[in-house]
Unconditional design. Structure first.
Length: 329
């Protein structure tokens, strides 16, 4: 695909993965429309951390995913849609399930309706490994049962199924990518890796939730590469594709990996506020990424050790963006 010929919409462009995706697409020559949620400050989210040269090439589009007319205006004139717009915090979904369901489910419906009406070439929809719940078998392939262990997970399962229905009912050209625990520069401290790093850089004690769970972490550049390959690859419409490293690490071991790079004297305390309800805790996630390798030619290239070092270095120089030690929901 010649990206210089493509006009692309990225929803959720002000977020962690979205901002990196916008940056990569601009670097490849695409004309990029970046949809951010409107606010009176004119704050484009993490897009403000892009270089001035890159940001000058981006069309910032502000609005709310829950407005179908806005969705139609956003999609107009675009060939490729990357749909990342969502409320992604699991703790926030416990407190505000109605808002999370509306944004993630109805917001996705509005994007699907707009894409169908506009006749786009392809929609890349973003799922989440949380839709699997705790692994019933490992590694987790795309046929693994779905289990909603949080309102957030339920909202993503619903959105994924809406996307599937538009493919089956209307022939909409869609691909669903399912990232596993993406991490890297710009990620907020609501995620575990920046939560560990920010505290360890400043304090001698860090506060975390359950450290016995295990996760499959994928560096941001690898996740973005998976999105790009999903857009470029033909003949995969209707598919759901895992984007994970295929390796898992216990959170307690992850903490040790990080503090050995920062300060080995740091100790860990479990904070009850950060624990999920018992039946909601996802104890194990590890991806089977063989389908991504087969159909996309995709494999992660950044090791966890290398990615952690890069992330520590970035956070060291951007600590002003974080509220150190505060439990972010």
């Amino acid at each position: 695909m010649n990206w210089a010929d493509q006009t692309v919409l990225v929803t959720g462009a002000g977020g962690f993965i979205g901002s990196h995706l916008v940056e990569t697409l601009v670097g490849r020559g695409a004309t990029v429309r970046a949809w951010v949620r409107y606010n009176s400050r004119g704050d484009p989210g993490l897009l403000k951390l892009l270089s001035g040269e890159t940001l000058s090439k981006v069309e910032i589009f502000s609005g709310d995913l829950l407005n179908p007319h806005t969705a139609l205006n956003a999609v107009e004139g675009c060939q490729i849609i990357f749909h990342l717009g969502a409320l992604i915090s699991i703790p926030y979904s416990y407190a505000h399930p109605d808002e999370v369901i509306q944004t993630n489910l109805l917001g996705t419906l509005n994007i699907l309706m707009a894409c169908r009406k506009s006749g786009i070439e392809k929609l890349i929809h973003t799922s989440s490994s949380e839709v699997y719940g705790t692994a019933r078998y490992a590694p987790i392939n795309e046929e693994h049962p779905l289990q909603a262990q949080s309102p957030y997970a339920a909202s993503k399962i619903g959105a994924d199924k809406l996307v599937e229905s538009f493919y089956r009912a209307y022939g909409l050209r869609v691909v669903t990518v399912r990232p596993f625990n993406t991490y890297g520069p710009r990620q907020s401290a609501r995620a575990v890796i920046p939560a560990i790093i920010t505290q360890a850089l400043v304090n001698k004690k860090i506060h975390l939730g359950n450290v016995e769970t295990s996760r499959d972490f994928t560096f941001i550049t690898d996740t973005v590469a998976g999105f790009i390959r999903a857009a470029e690859t033909s003949g995969i419409e209707g598919m759901v594709i895992n984007l994970g490293s295929g390796r898992e690490i216990r959170i307690g071991d992850l903490v040790q990996l990080i503090i050995q790079k920062i300060d080995p004297s740091v100790v860990v305390a479990v904070d009850p506020e950060r624990l999920r309800p018992l039946k909601s805790e996802v104890f194990r996630l590890i991806s089977d990424n063989s389908l991504a390798g087969k159909v996309l030619g995709w494999q992660p290239t950044v090791s966890l050790d290398e990615g952690i070092s890069i992330t520590i270095d970035w956070i060291k120089h951007h600590l002003y963006l974080y509220h150190i030690g505060r439990y972010e929901v």
